[in-house]
Design a protein. Structure first.
Length: 112
C-alpha cells in the first residue's frame, strides 16, 4: 500500500508514516517535474513568470472518514498524481525527505 515515486515510476518502499482518517501523504513535485510534454514527447518548460499549481504524488492514504457511522472510502489512491491547495497541508520530514499531509478535501484533482 505504501509506495514512493522515483523518476516517473512508482516503486515499492516502506513509508514510516500511515495517515489516519481521510488524510493523504503526498510527495510534492518540483517545478521541473511539472513540465509539460507534447504528444510527440517534446518538453515544454513551464514559464517561470506564471504560477504553477501545486502538484504531487500520493504515497500513502488513510482508510477514509466516517459519516453517520459509515466509512466513506478515499477517492485517491497510492501513485495518483494530484493537484492540491497551496496552503492546506502540514509539512513532515521522513528519512530526510519533505512530505505533505493533506485532508482529502484539500486535493482538487487527479491528473490522468
Amino acid at each position: 500500500m505504501n509506495q514512493n515515486k522515483t523518476k516517473g515510476k512508482v516503486s515499492a518502499k516502506t513509508v514510516k508514516i500511515q495517515p489516519l482518517s481521510d488524510r493523504v501523504l503526498i510527495r510534492p513535485l518540483s517545478k521541473n517535474d511539472s513540465e509539460n510534454k507534447s504528444a510527440s514527447g517534446i518538453i515544454i518548460p513551464v514559464n517561470s513568470s506564471r504560477e504553477v499549481p501545486d502538484q504531487g504524488i500520493v504515497i500513502a492514504v488513510g482508510p477514509g472518514r466516517y459519516d453517520d457511522g459509515k466509512l466513506v472510502p478515499m477517492s485517491v489512491k497510492v501513485g495518483d498524481k494530484v493537484i492540491f491547495t497551496k496552503y492546506g497541508h502540514e509539512e513532515v520530514t521522513v528519512d530526510g525527505e519533505e512530505l505533505f499531509i493533506f485532508s482529502e478535501n484539500s486535493i482538487m484533482a487527479v491528473i490522468n
